[in-house]
Design a binder for this molecule. Structure first.
Ligand code: FES
Ligand SMILES: [Fe+2]
Length: 346
């Protein structure tokens, strides 16, 4: 079951140009395209004539043209041209989805269109602030559910095991981190402190002047149902990060995570890395993106393996441990959202 009355990332804005993009979202086949004026649109990827996917067609002046017999649809789903026919019946239309371009992302709403309020889309101004937070972004297709991927981000004790050679550090320092979890209006936020811990390889590569022992923070905000905002960093141990709120002069990076269900057991992982430690150095922006790319391949691997096993044997025999606090909280937020939506529908 999917939460449908919510905004999900459909694409990075720069993925969608004049060439139609076919993307399954919440198990619905969607076609994304950008018209000649530059506005992006999302339609059900099926022509109402004989059912050909519209993504097999092309973008023309008045909309998207079906690649089978040439019917054309505008961004609102209305058919505007039928070859060899003047009259266009009112029923000649396909479903269109609310789509909003914001902060370099395209956000889609697959639920009740009347409830789609763009002001509830997550704010992420950092994507536009290229002077202070230059970024790079991509999309990983994951053979695992969006919930398993959010689980992964809610329990960071995996860093010391999954990411030993990249962003990891000693497993024990992750387990021993000072953890503070707070509910928010839209989900939850947690902060973790690893004081006087060993600098992980990625941090040292990014900022060679960083001491071997660091005070390291990890701030994660889960915005239900499908976004996680991350800010991590470190400065030399004992120089005031924790007690004096000092954050400058060391390593600092933000990561945007958008986990959009494709099907019940697969998802689209939209993520970006934002360089806060050397914003004037494009090479650093590239390097940190490459490092995180490698780390997220490690997450992809373990989650895909996990999904494979869960598909085979189910979840009934699984247990929770202390490290699952934020994850369990997150799942409750989702359950409540789903229950509210099911009640409204009933
Ligand atoms: S199937 Fe699209 S025009 Fe015929
Ligand atoms: Fe990870």
């Amino acid at each position: 079951m999917f939460i449908k009355n919510a905004w999900y990332v459909a694409a990075w804005a720069d993925e969608v140009s004049a060439t139609p993009v076919a993307r399954r979202i919440l198990n619905e086949p969607v076609v994304l395209f950008r018209d000649e004026r530059g506005s992006a649109a999302a339609l059900l990827d099926m022509c109402c004539h004989r059912g050909a996917p519209l993504s097999c067609g092309k973008v023309v002046a008045s909309g998207i043209e079906c690649g089978y017999h040439g019917m054309v649809y505008a961004g609102d789903g209305a058919c505007v041209h039928i070859p060899g026919q003047v009259h266009i019946p009112a029923k000649a239309r396909v479903k269109s989805y609310p789509l909003v371009e914001k902060d370099t992302l395209l956000w889609i709403w697959l639920g009740d269109p009347a409830a789609a309020d763009p002001s509830t889309i997550v704010d992420y101004p950092f994507h536009n602030d290229t002077a202070h937070w230059p970024h790079k972004h991509t999309l990983y297709p994951i053979e695992g559910s969006a919930s398993l991927m959010v689980d992964n981000l809610m329990d960071l004790t995996h860093l010391g095991y999954v990411h030993v050679s990249t962003i990891g550090g000693y497993p024990q320092s992750h387990v021993d981190a000072i953890m503070d979890t707070q509910p928010t209006e839209t989900g939850l936020k947690f902060t973790r402190w690893m004081l006087d811990s060993l600098a992980p390889p990625t941090y040292k590569k990014a900022v060679p002047a960083l001491a071997d022992r660091i005070d390291r923070w990890q701030e994660f905000e889960f915005v239900a149902p499908a976004v996680v905002l991350q800010w991590v960093g470190a400065i030399d141990a004992g120089t005031g990060a924790y007690d004096k709120g000092k954050r400058d002069g060391g390593f600092s990076m933000r990561i945007f995570h958008g986990l959009t269900p494709e099907t019940e057991t697969t998802c689209h992982y939209f993520w970006s890395t934002l360089n806060g430690f050397a914003p004037n150095d494009p090479q650093s922006t590239q390097k940190i993106f490459d490092e995180v790319s490698a780390a997220f391949r490690e997450d992809q691997y373990i989650v895909q393996q996990q999904q494979m096993r869960l598909k085979e044997l189910g979840e009934d025999a699984l247990i929770n441990i202390v490290a699952d606090g934020a994850r369990v909280h997150m799942r409750r937020v989702l359950e409540r959202m789903l229950a509210r939506e099911t009640q409204v529908l009933a």
